[in-house]
Design a protein around this ligand. Structure first.
Ligand SMILES: [Zn+2]
Length: 120
């Protein structure tokens, strides 16, 4: 059985020191991509990872073991769409602050997300 660490998709590492969460997508093993984020952070290497940059700037730390695969998806377009949906929904529905450098410009997705919330 393949563990989630070895699958591609959407993943979300968290900050240890604040309710910050990062949404990332990768076509490689989730663990490989997360290791790259953490390597940039450990070595204070700016510009390679938005998640790492945010940790370094704030002086915060990675919450060990928090990175998990939240959606499995092999297709890039679907991963990008899911990433955007997750960011918008997390902003709307949780107290978590999103650590991505992201400006939602797809109002359609925001509306879809809001409609789903209202329906429940
Ligand atoms: Zn933080």
């Amino acid at each position: 059985m393949i563990s989630d660490d070895d699958k591609s998709g959407l993943y979300s590492p968290e900050c240890r020191d604040c309710p910050g969460i990062y949404m990332g997508e990768t076509d490689r093993k989730m663990l490989t991509r997360v290791s790259e984020h953490l390597s940039s952070w450990v070595f204070s290497s700016f510009g390679k990872s938005a998640f790492s940059d945010r940790l370094l700037i704030s002086g915060h730390a990675y919450k060990g073991g928090s990175a998990k695969l939240i959606r499995r998806e092999n297709l890039l377009k679907k991963r990008r769409a899911l990433e955007e949906i997750e960011i918008i929904c997390h902003r709307a529905m949780t107290n978590l602050s999103i650590l991505n450098v992201f400006t939602p410009d797809h109002n359609l997705i925001a509306k879809e997300c809001a409609v789903d919330v209202d329906d429940e």
